[in-house]
Design a protein around this ligand. Structure first.
Ligand code: ZN
Length: 245
């Protein structure tokens, strides 16, 4: 791994937020904040009872917004600040912990808890307050069209063309705290590896698509990631010194 990478693709999942105390609907009982996934995270549920779905996200929002980034989030920011190559963060999480950690180039492929989208005009509303069917869109001035900017089951994840491009171009692919079972994210490593990237997985345990990774690092990412990031930065500095930059 003694090389300088030009483009680093970092995929983050629930595991990185879990260490900031954020649970997910993939926890053991299959519930999210005691709600069934099919009642609050599907297109059908929203069409049937939008107020109920809004209430769920309005209740979830303060918890997610209050959470604090952990050492794993912070060391990704450090990598972005100190590494000369491009470092992109593609997250499956809807919390804003990467933003709070000061990271940039963040792509929320499953949406973001502090945003709603107007289904009438497409306006993206950023709001830390409650949003529901009575919220008036600041762009088209209509009420009754706001949907949480959360990618529901049955919907296409966001930024897929950009993500595909980045997967083909990256030379280092890092997966952090993802289960490896939720598509399309679970397939990202295939694409990155096919186009020649070195692939590393950070997770509590080995995932089912573990064989696609060149390296697997087990453990809590707050414990494993800092050392790895320091090493990447150190390798870059050493090689630059050797080459007389
Ligand atoms: Zn609108």
């Amino acid at each position: 791994m003694e090389k300088i990478y030009k483009r680093i693709f970092i995929l983050t999942g629930a595991g990185i937020s879990a260490e900031s105390g954020i649970g997910t609907f993939r926890d053991a009982n299959g519930l999210w904040n005691n709600h069934k996934v099919e009642d609050v995270a599907t297109v059908e549920a929203f069409e049937k009872n939008p107020q109920y779905v809004h209430r769920f996200y309005n209740e979830l929002k303060p918890n997610l917004l209050e959470a604090k980034p952990n050492l794993a989030h912070l060391c990704l920011t450090k990598l972005q600040e100190h590494y000369k190559g491009q470092v992109d963060i593609i997250t499956q999480n809807v919390d804003v912990l990467h933003e709070k950690a000061g990271s940039k180039n963040i792509y929320h492929m499953h949406g973001k808890i502090d945003e709603a989208i107007c289904l009438n005009c497409g306006h993206l509303l950023q709001s830390n307050d409650d949003v529901d069917m009575s919220t008036i869109c600041p762009h088209c001035a209509m009420a009754g069209f706001m949907k949480p900017n959360i990618v529901f089951f049955g919907e296409m994840p966001l930024y897929m063309p950009e993500i595909e491009k980045k997967l083909r171009e990256c030379d280092l692919f890092i997966s952090i705290g993802t289960s490896g079972v939720v598509y399309p994210a679970a397939g990202f490593v295939h694409t990155a590896k096919y186009y020649g990237a070195y692939t590393i997985e950070f997770n509590l345990e080995k995932t089912s698509n573990n064989y696609l990774f060149d390296e697997h690092i087990s453990g809590k990412c707050t414990e494993t990631l800092p050392q790895f990031v320091e090493q990447l930065i150190a390798v870059q500095e050493n090689m630059e010194n050797e080459n007389g930059y």
